[in-house]
Every structure is written in structure tokens, then in C-alpha cells.
Design a protein around this ligand. Structure first.
Ligand SMILES: NC(=O)c1ccc[n+]([C@@H]2O[C@H](COP(=O)([O-])OP(=O)(O)OC[C@H]3O[C@@H](n4cnc5c(N)ncnc54)[C@H](OP(=O)(O)O)[C@@H]3O)[C@@H](O)[C@H]2O)c1
Length: 222
């Protein structure tokens, strides 16, 4: 990653902070905008941010994400729209804005952070599961379009990761149950997800594109 510039969304904490750390240790220069600089809920903010970038971006990681829990009768359309905007639409908008430069330089690596809930499901994860399945579909379609220009586009789908998001959405007793359901017997550390993202974003990835790499300690194999 030496000499490459990486833009990582949601880099303030959790998986995004770990991705920024691993990228820096691998020699990349990392841009991790705060929400004040780049608010993914706002198309204007995204467009303004892309316009404000003063250096070429070689690596883009669409990591920021939110989860609004709710059963069919509980989720409002505004919640659904908000989750789709932040988890899916903003990724497309950033890719479109940033891939232009990558195409002209004929090099780029893009990773979208998806989830195992794109593959298997759990009660009250309707909006989240739909957004992450959409993100994986977007990954494949964009990968096809950008492959001829040296741009590789993949998703990484984490299982349970020990972050604020997980602790907010699950009680400690629930987390204890997850551990018993994960073949490796524990949640992932954010750095374990970051290492997979780093490989896909590095120059060592020369041929993998359009894929979703599941990093879940074996959870979906059960
Ligand atoms: N944790 C898990 O177990 C798990 C499992 C599978 C997939 N994932 C996915 O992994 C990614 C990171 O998850 P995490 O657990 O690290 O999440 P987290 O700890 O909740 O952090 C979320 C990040 O997204 C940013 N963000 C949220 N809304 C934003 C907005 N409107 N504009 C800009 N940034 C915004 C937050 O910024 P602020 O600091 O400003 O709030 C924060 O940096 C997400 O896409 C999540 O769906 C997580």
C-alpha cells in the first residue's frame, strides 16, 4: 500500500478505525473524514466532499454503516430510507465520484463492508439485511464495469465483531449465546476484519474482484 492514498468512511471507531490503523501500518496515507466533513445521510455533503478532495484516491473503503432494528410492523419508511441511504446509496455515490479518477489512472481498489446478514438472517434485521444484500449486488455489478480499468471491487462480510454497534444492538446475555454459536468460539476483533480488507485493497490482490469475502469465524457454515 506504500504511496497509495486510501479514503475510509466511518473511521472514527470500530471496524473503520481498525482498517485505518492496518492501512497506515502497511504504508498507506489514510483519509478518514469525520461526520462533520462527510455526512453520508446527505447527498450534498457527499458531492461537496468529493469536490473538495485535493489528491487522487487509490483506495476507497465504504465502511460506515448503521442498523435500525425492527419487525415488519415496527419499521417506518423513514428508517428504511435512512438505512438504505447510509449503507447502500452513499456507497454508490462515493464510488461514482471517486472511480472517475481511478479510471483515468488505471488503478483502484474498492471494498464495501457488508455483513453476514446479507446471507443469513435474524429477526428484526429487515432493513439492515436488505441494505447489505444490495451492497453485495452493487459490488458485483460495479466490479464488472471497472475491471477493464484496473479497478478491483469487492465486499467483506463480517460476522459478529466486538464493536459498539454489536454491544448497542445485543444484550450481554445475547452476546454470550453468539459466542457459543460461532465455531471459533468468540467474536472477531475489528483488526481481524481489517486484515481481510487490507489484502483486498493491496497491490497483492491482483485478480480477485466482484467477490464477497465472509469473515465470520465459521458462523454461516453451521
Ligand atoms: N460490528 C459488527 O459486528 C458488524 C458485523 C457485520 C458488519 N458490520 C459492518 O461494519 C461496518 C462498521 O461497523 P462498526 O461495528 O465498526 O460500526 P460502529 O462502531 O457503529 O461505527 C460506525 C461508523 O459509521 C459512521 N457513521 C454512521 N453514520 C454516519 C453518517 N451518516 N455519516 C458518516 N459516518 C457515519 C460512524 O461515525 P460517527 O463516529 O460520527 O458516529 C462510525 O465511524 C458497518 O458497515 C457495519 O454494518 C459490523
Amino acid at each position: 500500500m506504500k504511496g497509495r492514498t486510501a479514503l475510509v468512511t466511518g473511521g472514527s471507531r470500530g471496524i473503520g478505525a481498525a482498517i485505518a490503523g492496518v492501512f497506515e501500518r502497511n504504508g498507506a496515507r489514510v483519509i478518514a473524514p469525520t461526520r462533520e466533513q462527510l455526512d453520508l445521510a446527505s447527498d450534498t455533503s457527499i458531492d461537496d466532499y468529493i469536490e473538495s478532495l485535493r489528491e487522487p484516491v487509490d483506495i476507497l473503503v465504504n465502511n460506515a454503516g448503521i442498523n435500525r432494528l425492527g419487525a415488519l410492523d415496527e419499521i417506518g419508511h423513514d428508517d428504511f430510507r435512512e438505512v438504505l441511504q447510509i449503507n447502500l446509496m452513499s456507497a454508490l455515490r462515493l464510488i461514482r465520484g471517486i472511480a472517475r479518477g481511478m479510471q483515468s489512472r488505471r488503478y483502484g481498489r474498492i471494498v464495501n463492508v457488508s455483513s453476514v446478514w446479507a446471507f443469513v438472517s435474524r429477526l428484526r434485521r429487515i432493513t439492515y439485511a436488505a441494505s447489505k444484500a444490495g451492497l453485495d449486488g452493487l459490488t458485483r455489478a460495479v466490479a464488472l464495469e471497472l475491471a477493464p480499468n484496473g479497478i478491483l471491487v469487492n465486499s467483506v462480510a463480517p460476522g459478529y465483531v466486538d464493536t459498539e454497534l454489536t454491544r448497542k444492538n445485543n444484550a450481554p446475555e445475547e452476546i454470550a449465546v453468539f459466542k457459543s454459536q460461532i465455531p471459533v468460539g468468540r467474536l472477531a476483533a475489528p483488526e481481524e476484519i481489517a486484515e481481510a480488507v487490507a489484502f483486498l485493497c493491496s497491490a497483492r490482490n491482483t485478480y480477485m474482484t466482484g467477490q464477497t469475502l465472509i469473515v465470520d469465524g465459521g458462523y454461516v457454515c453451521k
